[in-house]
Design a protein around this ligand. Structure first.
Ligand code: PHE
Length: 455
């Protein structure tokens, strides 16, 4: 059977941006920037984007497209021994989908509760008490939270519907699920910056603290954020590239994808921090007293801010709906891209019927996801997420850049990229794949292990 193809260049580019721009852009990026030097963080961020993010994205598009294969098969064609790296990547990705979809399930619930702003001014109690009923530890595994289970079911059904007809149905979906969250972020941003106190919030996000740049951790965080945010090292961009024709432009598409993704992050930063500034002013506290990292930013802090926005319950409901529809449509393309990566890999390797695989995998994903839908869900989610983000992803990134850079040859790949791309890339690409990426990722891995031992 002929390999499926994207219906148009834009279907591919939007799908790639959709995968990159996910929940991480909305809560991970703003918090990262805030914590790592504010405006000064954009220096390591852009350095990481240009010297590591864009090159690895180009490399992934190129090997998928050039070999017309998903990650394990493409890397296996470079070297027999490298196939396992591709499997590692897609399996890590699948594990991430198991809990990513649980976060999607929370969002469905918040969407529903936005109608009456059900969390009122105690979103913390709502999230931990009424709604998630979380316990500190692993909790009772039996304690399923039914509203989350239902949300999880809806997420998997939605993913199934989108992937069912492959690139055709994905292409149709991304035409609206990628622009919509951007429009909503713009509207939320406009509402945000017109609130009193917004400037103080934005100051926290943009005022540069250059002293932070001397801290290696800040640089490591910037590289980590870029890798996670571009969805590289999970086999996704390789699978997506494999549905292009061999002659498709690589360099240009990678740059558009990367910049589109960053633009979404900035918008999210403005939308979130302007509202935090307003909230701090209303509560008569400093902005840093209301900011929180991780899931709390989207599920506790922002909802609380919503409950303070002037205009009464109807306006607050509308803002809640806008915020959670934004999150949902931002997240869905990332969620299904992870599934597509493993589906493509299984299809290439075992010649399984893609539709049967998809049904089987969705059921499996739903069942595994139930672990995170229990009372101790957040506890398990944190542990697995930490492990995935801190180790699995980095190891794949290191091995992948070594295999592509050294075994296949960065110069050889660059010749291919230049033969199909409008923008010609120079020798910096080789330096990046062969040295910068593996070395930086090894340093980050070292720092992470060091932190782990220290604690
Ligand atoms: N890039 C996505 C985000 O920023 C997260 C993600 C990572 C999605 C890996 C898929 C694969 O939220």
């Amino acid at each position: 059977m002929a390999r499926q193809k994207w219906g148009s260049r834009w279907a591919f580019v939007l799908a790639a941006i959709g995968s990159a721009a996910g929940l991480g852009n909305a809560w991970r990026f703003p918090y990262m920037a805030y914590q790592n030097g504010g405006g000064a963080f954009y220096i390591p961020y852009f350095v990481a984007l240009f010297i590591a993010g864009i090159p690895i994205l180009m490399a992934e598009f190129a090997i998928g497209q050039g070999f017309q294969s998903s990650a394990p098969k493409a890397l296996g064609k470079v070297s027999k021994n490298a196939e396992f790296i591709g499997w590692w990547a897609v399996i890590t990705g699948s594990i991430i989908t198991f809990y990513y979809n649980v976060i999607m399930a929370w969002i469905f619930n918040y969407l529903y509760h936005s109608l009456g702003v059900a969390w009122k001014n105690d979103p913390k109690g709502f999230f931990f008490g009424d709604f998630l009923k979380l316990t500190d530890g692993p909790g009772q595994l039996g304690g399923l939270r039914w509203p989350i289970v239902i949300g999880l079911l809806i997420s998997w059904l939605w993913i199934y519907m989108i992937l069912r007809k492959g690139t055709e149905s994905v292409g149709k979906t991304v035409m609206w699920t990628v622009p919509l969250p951007v429009v909503l972020l713009l509207l939320l941003g406009i509402r945000g910056i017109t609130l009193p106190g917004a400037a103080t919030g934005l100051n926290y996000l943009f005022q540069p603290n250059f002293a932070k740049l001397a801290d290696a951790r800040v640089w490591a965080n910037a590289f980590g954020q870029i890798f996670f945010s571009l969805s590289v090292a999970f086999g996704i961009m390789i699978a997506y590239g494999s549905y292009n024709s061999k002659k498709n432009d690589v360099a240009n598409n990678a740059i558009i994808t990367a910049l589109g993704n960053s633009a979404t992050s900035f918008l999210a930063g403005i939308a979130v921090f302007s509202v935090l500034g307003y909230m701090a002013q209303q509560m008569n506290v400093q902005v840093n007293e209301v900011v929180s990292g991780g899931v709390g930013l989207a599920f506790v802090v922002y909802p609380q801010a919503i409950s303070l926005i002037p205009g009464g319950p109807i306006v607050q409901s509308i803002i809640g709906l806008a915020f959670f529809i934004m999150l949902l449509t931002l997240g869905i393309d990332s969620a299904f891209s992870l599934v597509e990566a493993i589906e493509a890999a299984a299809g290439d390797k075992f010649k399984v019927n893609k539709k049967s695989f998809l049904i089987g995998f969705s059921i499996l994903g739903f069942i595994f996801g139930l672990l995170f839908a229990t009372q101790g869900g957040l506890y398990w989610l944190d542990i697995i997420d930490h492990f995935m983000g801190t180790y699995a992803l980095l190891v794949v990134g290191i091995l992948e850049s070594i295999v592509i850079g050294w075994i296949f040859g960065a110069d050889r790949l660059r010749k291919y990229i230049n033969s199909v791309s409008e923008i010609k890339i120079g020798g910096w690409f080789d330096l990046s794949l062969k040295f910068v990426i593996p070395i930086v990722l090894i340093i980050i891995l070292g720092l992470n292990i060091f932190d782990e031992i220290k604690n």
